[in-house]
Design a protein around this ligand. Sequence first.
Ligand code: ZN
Length: 259
Amino acid sequence: MKFVDTHVHWYVEDFRADLPGAIARAQEAGVGRFVLPAVSRATHAPLMRVARDFEGLCFPCVGLHPTEVKDDWRSELAFVEAQLATAPHTFVAIGETGIDAYWSRDFIAAQQVVFEQQLRWSARYDLPVIVHARDAFDIIFNVLEKVHPLPLRGVFHAYSGTAEQFRQLRRYGNFLMGVGGVVTFKKAALAQTVEQTDLCDMVLETDAPWLAPAPFRGKRNESGYIPLIAEKVAALKRCPVEEIAAVTTANAESLFNLT
Ligand SMILES: [Zn+2]
């Protein structure tokens, strides 16, 4: 079996001491390729360093995360634009972008401008978007409605909505559902969403170092735990884990154009 971790922050401080070891453990678990979502300008250089050090395994993104939209959002966004204009083919996706109304609503208006702009670049540069949506589906739909019918594709990472909301999102683009460790938690609403959603619409992700699956909940997460997520999805979909691996890997390869 081979897997893709479609969302892992290998470049953050948590992995500084043992990144080669963590990547080796992932490879032993069958997880051979990794999509590195961006956060802000401050994390761009470490992200690109990991992508270079592990070329062919780690694939970089560029974008501005909604929780990083603060007073200096205009210059942050200009930085993303400059990266895209200079070398768009360096990146496999734009993101993370989206709306987060959970941590703070202080910059919620700016978050919408920043999200809309990154959706427009996604269409212009023909790159998928990685969307972070937290307590924000109403706002997400408003922004999508604004840019409709722009040709969009991407993933709603750490998906937390219902299956019905996902069907509505699909009206605005070719979007996939990013399923991670939360699906393994007891009484996870996501389990029902996964049951009710076609496997062809899913990719797997860890969001490491955060959101570790059971039995590692609360500990540092890493891509080597992807099979735990796949096993849970297999149980929910009542099909062999090999099928989960094959379908979600093919979905990830085609969305991010991985070779
Ligand atoms: Zn993330």
